[in-house]
Design a protein around this ligand. Structure first.
Ligand code: NAP
Length: 536
């Protein structure tokens, strides 16, 4: 980049979801010049794009929210235990306004490349609208589950009906009344949309390849001072989140977020009572039932069988119940909290098409051919998932020292130090990205941004300009992440945590699965004095 249209900045941030918003806030607070680019027309990230009917969070909002400003957390009023997409998007907009974040953001702009210039020691960033930025530090806040897998079916281009993706849902309301609607995908997104639209459709055909384990969300309005009670002890709650594995604490129940027993230590009766409690409490509470559900096959089998029993109880037709019952290790694919999902299959206008018996052959102008059967459709919805963790960064041309492309590095295997950066890409950081702890993403963004921005301040104080992972420490982190991943049951099923849904993706855990206390300890030790890094 050589002409004078280049804007010189301290920090460039890519993405204006919750992570990017906090990075901008923190840069401002530290008096660093900053600009954030966002492809959407406004802030919100996941909650901007995934505006499909039924989209809702499954971590309680009093926890799925920023903790950095006591005034903000006291003043914002959540109406439900688990808010819907519109309310969360309003929260994001409120935060953007409250801290004037939009002044530092440029919307409808996609970053196309970020290239490290060895001579200037700066990142050269270019967008699809011709912006050219030269920045000291580059922050990728591009989202952990944000790069959709586009449907790739023969004949789809010629399909004359309406087509939608849950991850790119239009802002206009879609009319389902009297229409034959098909949906491909039964992960959390598909489950939410099915639960919401089934009664509105003329007919709904659910094309399922792999069933999901489900649990009632048990959502309800926040009433009778419930929120006030929690807000009066917000400090205690935020401290407990840090002690927990995943950054959520099962707020509205008396269940502990800190499991201490193996499922196999309990009698059959006591174990069932524990599972009953968890299903009654709902949401993500089974994750904290026992210490070994994700480590031990026998322990896992007890929860999996309980979950299948619950499916059989709720679905009238035993054959459909069987098809909706997963047979892989529970929790190794995302547990899907839902509201009346299974009951939709008791309706006359809803049918399940098992793609294992009748695979999708192709689309026609008027519908879809599965097996030897043609099914007419007016609308097709794709809830077919994401290229998790690495996908969003892989779609940008990112090149570090010696013009090495990040994408080709990661094709060989995922590398990172602390799930924040990788060697050869100095002053380049990602938030909520590959090898990050599996954790409440808003709180993780705060933690990771604070670590990095504090480090930048420390570097300023000592006249240093470059922060980079050492080869040895990076290898240590990769080994630790893979070792922990391999101790769990995740590698034993087919799931996006291992990259399985993307052909050719190296098979290894994309998350750090050691729990937040260990993650935090490792990060804080490394950042203390920056002795674990190469600093120049
Ligand atoms: P997902 O869990 O990856 O599910 C994708 C679905 O599409 C799977 O059922 C998959 O089947 C199916 N699929 C993909 N390609 C297909 C093909 N060619 N033919 C037939 N079926 C195909 O994606 P998601 O539902 O969007 O959820 C992603 C993640 O986002 C969740 O796990 C969760 O972390 C997050 N999320 C959270 C919430 C919430 O908080 N409430 C809501 C939505 C999403 P196979 O498994 O057989 O490939």
């Amino acid at each position: 980049m050589s002409d004078n249209s280049i804007e010189h900045l301290d920090v460039v941030v890519v993405g204006a979801g919750f992570a990017g918003m906090y990075a901008v806030y923190r840069a401002n607070k530290d008096n660093r010049s900053v600009k954030c680019f966002e492809a959407g027309t406004d802030v919100g990230g996941t909650w901007y794009w995934n505006r499909y009917p039924g989209a809702r969070v499954d971590i309680e909002c009093l926890e799925y929210s920023y903790s950095f400003d006591e005034a903000l957390q006291q003043e914002w009023e959540w109406t439900e235990r688990y808010a819907g997409q519109a309310e969360i998007l309003n929260y994001a907009k409120h935060v953007a306004e409250r801290y004037n974040l939009r002044d530092y953001m440029q919307f409808e702009t996609r970053v196309e490349s970020a290239i490290f210039n060895e001579e200037t020691q700066r990142w050269e960033v270019k967008t699809n609208r011709g912006d050219q930025i030269s920045a000291k530090f580059c922050f990728m806040a591009t989202g952990l589950i944000s790069a959709p897998v586009d449907p790739d079916f023969e004949g789809l281009d010629g399909f004359k009906g309406e087509q939608y993706m849950t991850s790119r849902w239009p802002k206009e309301e879609i009319q389902f009344g009297g229409k034959r609607v098909g949906i491909v995908g039964t992960g959390s997104s598909g489950i939410q949309v099915i639960s919401e639209i089934a009664e509105k459709c003329g007919e709904l055909l659910v094309f399922q390849r792999t069933p999901s384990y489900v649990i009632p969300l048990q959502n309800h309005e926040l009433e009778n001072g419930q929120a006030e009670k929690i807000k009066s002890k917000y400090d205690e709650l935020r401290a407990l989140e840090k002690e927990s594995f995943g950054g959520f604490t099962l707020l509205h129940s008396d269940l502990s977020p800190l499991p201490s027993k193996s499922a196999l230590e309990l009698s059959e009766e006591d174990r069932r009572a524990e599972y009953e409690n968890r299903w009654k409490s709902g949401g993500l509470s089974p994750y904290y039932a026992f210490t070994d559900t994700l480590m031990d096959e026998d322990s896992n089998a007890t929860m999996a069988e309980f979950a299948r029993e619950k499916i059989r109880e709720r679905v009238n037709d035993p054959k459909i119940a069987e098809k909706l019952s997963p047979d892989y290790h529970i929790l190794t694919r995302r547990l899907s909290p839902e509201t009346n999902f299974l009951e939709q299959f008791n309706r006359d206008n809803v049918d399940l098409v098992d793609l294992n018996e009748k695979p999708i052959k192709r689309f026609t102008e008027t519908g879809i051919i599965v097996g030897d059967e043609e099914i007419e459709l007016d609308i097709i919805i794709f809830a077919t998932g994401f290229d998790v963790m690495t996908g969003a960064m892989d779609r940008i041309d990112i090149r570090g020292r010696d013009a090495q492309a990040l994408k080709s590095r990661w094709k060989e295997g995922l590398t990172s130090y602390l799930g924040l950066m990788t060697r050869g890409f100095p002053n380049f950081f990602w938030i909520n990205g590959p090898h990050s702890q599996f954790y409440n993403p808003i709180l993780l963004a705060e933690f990771q941004c604070d670590l990095i921005f504090d480090a930048l301040n420390h570097m300023d104080d000592s006249g240093k300009k470059i922060l980079e992972a050492t080869e040895e420490n990076e290898q240590g982190w990769v080994d630790l992440t893979n070792q922990i991943g391999n101790m769990t049951l995740f590698p034993k099923s087919n799931n996006y945590y291992m990259g399985d849904n993307i052909p050719g993706k190296p098979r290894q855990t994309v998350f750090f699965l050691g729990g937040f206390p260990l993650y935090r300890e490792q990060c804080e030790a490394a950042f203390d004095g920056l002795n674990a890094f190469e600093v120049a």
